[in-house]
Design a protein around this ligand. Sequence first.
Ligand SMILES: C[C@@]1(CC(=O)O)c2cc3[nH]c(cc4nc(cc5[nH]c(cc(n2)[C@H]1CCC(=O)O)[C@@](C)(CC(=O)O)[C@@H]5CCC(=O)O)C(CC(=O)O)=C4CCC(=O)O)c(CCC(=O)O)c3CC(=O)O
Ligand SMILES: NC(=O)C1=CN([C@@H]2O[C@H](COP(=O)(O)OP(=O)(O)OC[C@H]3O[C@@H](n4cnc5c(N)ncnc54)[C@H](O)[C@@H]3O)[C@@H](O)[C@H]2O)C=CC1
Length: 212
Amino acid sequence: MIPLLHDFEGETVLVVGGGPVGARKARRFAREARTVVVSPAFADRDFGDAELVRAAPTPDDVREWVDRLAPALVVAATDDDAVNEAAETAARDAGALVNRADRAGGRDAGSVVVPATVRDGSVVAAVATGGAAPALSKELRRRIEAEVEGAGAMADLVAEIRAEQKDAGVSATARRERVRAVVSSPEVWKALQEGASNARQEATRVMEEIDD
Ligand SMILES: C[C@@]1(CC(=O)O)c2cc3[nH]c(cc4nc(cc5[nH]c(cc(n2)[C@H]1CCC(=O)O)[C@@](C)(CC(=O)O)[C@@H]5CCC(=O)O)C(CC(=O)O)=C4CCC(=O)O)c(CCC(=O)O)c3CC(=O)O
Ligand SMILES: NC(=O)C1=CN([C@@H]2O[C@H](COP(=O)(O)OP(=O)(O)OC[C@H]3O[C@@H](n4cnc5c(N)ncnc54)[C@H](O)[C@@H]3O)[C@@H](O)[C@H]2O)C=CC1
């Protein structure tokens, strides 16, 4: 399986099933999409900004929810196999993506997996195991957390530098070298912890150094 990134801004995500798994997925998608959770009961968990709708759809009703909400993604997260199956079929018929929380392997196009994710600003790292060991994804996510911390500020700094360099007509080769030097500089990483203007100064110094 190959990870791709999907922009859910302005889209709707339908989560069927409000247990701990439905809550975790809802929290994730509600960061970006309008997220609706349909379930007869809701676990005592954080559902983020998701809208909770109390209903116990039969397999046939699930199709009506999909047709009504026109989601970009349907998450099947109930403990009822027939309902999860109906959610998958309705999603496919509607041309939506589907995430089967109750299945490991055997996925066709359009059936997507939710990886363990670490974020910092615009930076995102995702871990998956092909469904073999989700708990390992979670463990590795915890380890990667420290590595990604502060990377959002680095991304912002580099975005600024790239734009400036392009505007100044710096060649692609020189830009690549400078940007590589900045992202790999321990001094710039350290300065970022102290503040953006320190980091900017340090980045300029690092870029001048390679030009010498
Ligand atoms: C295929 C996939 C489909 C999907 O959900 O997209 C899937 C499927 C299943 N998970 C199951 C169990 C567990 N899942 C977790 C945790 C996470 N599961 C997540 C993703 C995925 N889970 C996708 C594959 C990702 C990959 O390739 O690694 C994470 C990464 C992301 C997220 O869900 O947000 C999130 C960690 C988030 C984080 O903390 O960062 C834990 C650990 C725990 O709870 O502590 C357990 C218990 C331990 C165990 O059973 O291994 C079961 C068996 C259910 C049963 O036995 O009834 C199935 C179904 C099956 O295997 O058949
Ligand atoms: N992907 C993952 O990370 C994991 C997946 N699972 C799988 O996901 C399923 C859900 O896990 P949990 O949340 O722990 O289960 P759970 O049994 O605690 O929650 C199931 C939820 O579905 C709701 N539900 C039941 N019938 C429904 C219907 N007709 N329509 C809408 N909602 C309905 C229930 O009210 C409950 O809120 C499990 O059955 C298991 O197969 C389990 C653990 C982790």
